[in-house]
Design a protein around this ligand. Structure first.
Ligand SMILES: [Zn+2]
Length: 391
């Protein structure tokens, strides 16, 4: 299986400034990026599939670091099935579980949360709905979990944990448990802000976040209820390397405040853009793209910085191979462009004008999954996909 992408007008390698790749063509083979170079060196007839980008832009596929899966391609929160494909059509080629919190009747005891995380991790290890890769199995931190439990979870393949929905008497009680999870090598995301669910009554503020020191302050702009600007300031300035995950399902004013503070504090690499969905806010198949457009138009990000916060910065925080366009990395890619009718000239300037970029093509595991998004407007440029034999 080989795929050639040629005639790129621009690209974003996934780094923080959005450097272009060295060339205007990429070849993918066996699910990975195999070669980067010049279109003039590519022989289209040698590849099973050819994407003629016609001057459009190549970027890593978006990675949603706050995704609410349950099991299968079904979300109980919105009673919807087949939703992964909708997100893929919004440019999301990969997602990270925000814990299987929406599973009806979810367990709250130690053996139960361990079993739930292990089962979820297994269920999505080789199951790629619509071609999307989901890193599932995020253990919900509950009182009583010990370092031995975390070591056992790691042995069984679980590497994600979520703080914020456990039966702790006080949020500060999470501190030793989060530290033990991190010491065992789990990547911990913590709930930030007011309650999310009708059956929870918990606020996790700057004091608790700073004391826990999770890898990621999940929905740091609220999910959906935000912290005060004073607490935002403390999390940015005193939070060290804690990633600042801003989400579509949160408070936009707070997202703007946090991103500005991260830029002023010279720590933009900590900012991650995510959807926090499907959730009470709904199915947000364009959630990442629309928050990127808002933060790049009303907010201080450049279009390239907005894409970095949804690709390479996510993979750096979570230790993923995806999210960068380099030889040997997973071939999860999107061809994007200014949407038809936009006054922008390309995908980056479209975001800076507040237009949701058009997703022309999504590629996961080296396979073209569609040749025009059903959810974004069409691209300005005439991007074409041809399979060998079909002319
Ligand atoms: Zn959430």
């Amino acid at each position: 299986m080989s795929l050639a992408i040629i005639n790129l007008g621009d690209s974003h390698c996934g780094d923080l400034v959005g450097s272009p790749i060295k060339g205007d063509a990429v070849i993918c083979a066996d699910g990975t990026i195999a070669w980067i170079g010049s279109s003039s060196e590519v022989r289209p007839g040698e590849h099973e599939t050819v994407v003629d980008a016609a001057g459009a832009t190549l970027a890593p596929g978006l990675i949603d670091s706050h995704f609410h899966n349950s099991f299968g391609d079904y979300t109980p929160r919105q009673n919807a099935a087949g939703y992964f494909e909708s997100y893929l059509h919004g440019g999301m080629t990969r997602a990270i579980s925000a814990s299987e919190i929406h599973v009806p009747g979810r367990p709250r005891d130690v053996p139960g949360v361990k079993a739930l995380a292990i089962t979820a991790e297994r269920c999505f290890r080789d199951y790629h709905p619509a071609g999307v890769t989901l890193h599932a199995g995020s253990v919900i931190l509950e009182p009583g979990l010990t370092p031995n439990d975390f070591a056992e979870l790691r042995r069984h393949g679980v590497w994600l944990a979520k703080a914020g929905f456990g039966s702790f008497a006080h949020p500060m009680d999470y501190v030793p448990v989060v530290h033990a999870a991190r010491a065992a090598g789990l990547v911990v995301m913590c709930h930030t802000g007011g309650s999310s669910l009708p059956d929870t009554k918990e606020k996790i503020g700057a004091n608790e976040i700073i004391a826990m020191h999770p890898n990621v302050a999940g929905h740091v702009n609220g999910g959906p209820t935000a912290l005060s600007v004073e607490e935002n300031a403390r999390i940015v300035s005193e939070g060290g390397d804690i990633a600042l995950q801003v989400v579509r399902a949160g408070n936009f004013r707070s997202a703007l405040d946090i991103v500005k503070r991260a830029i002023d504090g010279n720590c933009l690499e900590r900012v991650l853009i995510a959807s926090d969905s499907p959730s009470g806010t709904g199915l947000l198949s364009l959630g990442m793209l629309s928050l990127m457009a808002e933060l790049a138009s009303v907010g201080p990000l450049s279009g390239r910085q907005a894409i970095a916060a949804a690709t390479g910065s996510v993979s750096a925080v979570y230790g993923l191979q995806a999210g960068r366009i380099e030889v040997g990395r997973p071939a999860d890619l999107i061809v994007i462009d200014a949407p038809h009718g936009s006054s922008a000239k390309d995908a980056f300037s479209a975001l800076e004008l507040g237009d949701v970029a058009a997703v022309a093509v999504a590629i996961t595991q080296g396979i073209v999954r569609f040749a025009r998004s059903r959810n974004t407007p069409p691209p300005m440029r005439r991007v074409r996909v041809s399979d060998r034999g079909s002319g």
